[in-house]
Design a protein. Structure first.
Length: 472
């Protein structure tokens, strides 16, 4: 059943202005929603509908480049506003009032989720309604378990959308397409042939005014606990029977359950955390993270996190998975790099100089490349070439695809309750060890490559074979 009524709790926030409004305009332009669609925003500002539409128009000017004017006007006209405390059942009931089903989007800090879901339960949702929660889903495993219990009292699991926009990116979905639609890939997609997988989201973007959210979360919770673990699932999952919500999500949960639990000693040797110091990125100076407005240096929040994981499964025993993310770095690097093991014998007499084959899925910009060793201009002398392709831009932005799935009621690309809990089980040993100071909080200059790698035997190959940079 398609839903034509979207209520956004936190409707004056950055998420709504930067992503949800442009996504709705893209849906309108593509014919997925029409003039019968309405958006009601709820927040604490003392506004009326006209003031909100003015705010929405300003957001489109900032974040709606390339969107058709008629779609922008239609979505702006479809907006209305109600001042409300979204944790108060009576005010929530007024926000969602009506007989038609409604999709309620919780564009809120995770600390408000439990009180808001409780208010929704007491207010009562129309039959056929859906709830959408943003990441992170809670702030700990205990939080996630409690939220799942609260949500189960309100709606059935298939009506709960724990969204992660990474799953709606076409390049992320292409991980499955490349694996499962090509005979050449799947036979070698295992630890016999793959030594390690790097899942990386490095950004030149620094804090950019997001201290109110980021300083309470940090890189591990903001990126690795949800986004990068979701990518890990798509890389490592067994082939699902279908891409339906049950088959796909069952296989993702299998991956998370197979992640070997990290001991304190593992966390010390296999994780890193750091935050950026003052530096220069491109043509502008960047203050140290601790000098950014709104940052509490006493929280010791990390802006860089790296975790190495192993999977206890038949397919992946012996392969290393490295998940890394950082802010304020010298270059953008968003990719999945699959590094293959060396061949068992080379007759070229240069075994130690041969670089590994690497298959790269560029996430932003969207690309695909394969590094191959070939004989170059000198006989019996190997060189490496890169075969690369740019992908067509997606028909819809990631948030457009997520909202379309919500309105149509397809939860395949949302995160199931048990999956959310398993994700927290993976990172909780890291959070615990970091809180106890077992891993030092390093620093790196803004605009650099991040904290220096440890010169240990398991890092030697990384130091010898630095990642190639795809052309932008």
């Amino acid at each position: 059943m398609n839903i034509r009524r979207l209520v956004v709790f936190g409707g004056t926030g950055d998420l709504t202005g930067r992503y949800l409004l442009p996504a709705l305009a893209a849906l309108y332009a593509a014919g997925h929603i029409d003039d019968r669609f309405t958006l009601i925003a709820g927040s604490r500002e003392d506004w009326d509908g006209e003031r909100y539409r003015q705010w929405a128009a300003a957001q489109f000017e900032r974040h709606g480049a390339g969107l058709p004017d008629d779609a922008v006007r239609a979505v702006t006209a479809a907006c209305d506003y109600r001042k409300a405390d979204v944790t108060d059942p009576a005010e929530v009931a007024a926000l969602i009032a009506g007989n038609d089903p409604v999709a309620v989007y919780l564009a809120l800090p995770p600390g408000l989720f439990a009180a808001t879901v409780t208010a929704l339960h007491e207010a009562g949702l129309p039959r056929g309604s859906r709830i959408v929660t943003e990441k992170p889903f809670g702030e700990s495993l205990r939080d996630a378990e409690e939220l799942n219990r609260l949500l189960a009292d309100v709606l059935p699991e298939q009506a709960v959308f724990r969204v992660d926009h990474f799953l709606a990116m076409t390049t992320v979905q292409n991980l499955l397409g490349s694996r499962l639609a090509n005979r050449v890939m799947e036979p070698i997609w295992n630890s016999t042939h793959i030594a390690e997988v790097d899942i990386v989201w490095d950004e030149t973007l620094a804090l950019e005014g997001r201290a109110g959210y980021y300083d309470h979360v940090g890189a591990l919770k903001d990126m690795i606990q949800n986004h990068l673990l979701q990518i890990l699932c798509l890389v490592a999952m067994e082939p699902p029977l279908t891409l339906g919500e049950r088959d796909l999500r069952d296989r993702k949960v299998d991956v998370l359950r197979s992640v070997r639990r990290l001991t304190d000693a593992d966390v010390v040797h296999r994780t890193r955390r750091a935050r950026y110091a003052a530096g220069r990125i491109a043509d502008h100076d960047v203050p140290a993270y601790t000098d950014e407005d709104g940052v509490d240096a006493g929280r010791r929040t990390e802006t860089f996190a790296e975790v190495e994981l192993e999977l206890d499964s038949w397919r992946w025993a012996g392969t290393r998975f490295r998940l890394r993310t950082g802010k304020g770095l010298g270059r953008d690097r968003m990719e999945v790099a699959v590094r293959f093991r060396p061949v068992p014998h080379l007759p070229f007499g240069q075994d130690e100089d041969v670089r590994p084959n690497v298959l790269r899925f560029g996430l932003d910009p969207e690309s695909l490349s394969l590094d191959l060793n070939v004989v170059g201009s000198q006989v019996e002398k190997l060189t490496q070439v890169s075969l690369s392709a740019r992908m067509d831009p997606p028909a819809l932005p990631a948030y457009g695809q997520l909202l379309l799935d919500v309105l149509r009621g397809d939860p395949a690309l949302s995160i199931r309750g048990d999956e959310a809990e398993e994700s927290w089980r993976v990172v909780e040993p890291v959070l615990s060890a970091w809180e106890r100071g077992l891993v030092p909080l390093e620093e790196y200059p803004a605009g650099s490559d991040g904290p220096p790698r440890r010169n240990t035997p398991e890092r030697r190959e990384d130091l010898l074979h630095q990642d190639a940079v795809l052309p932008r």
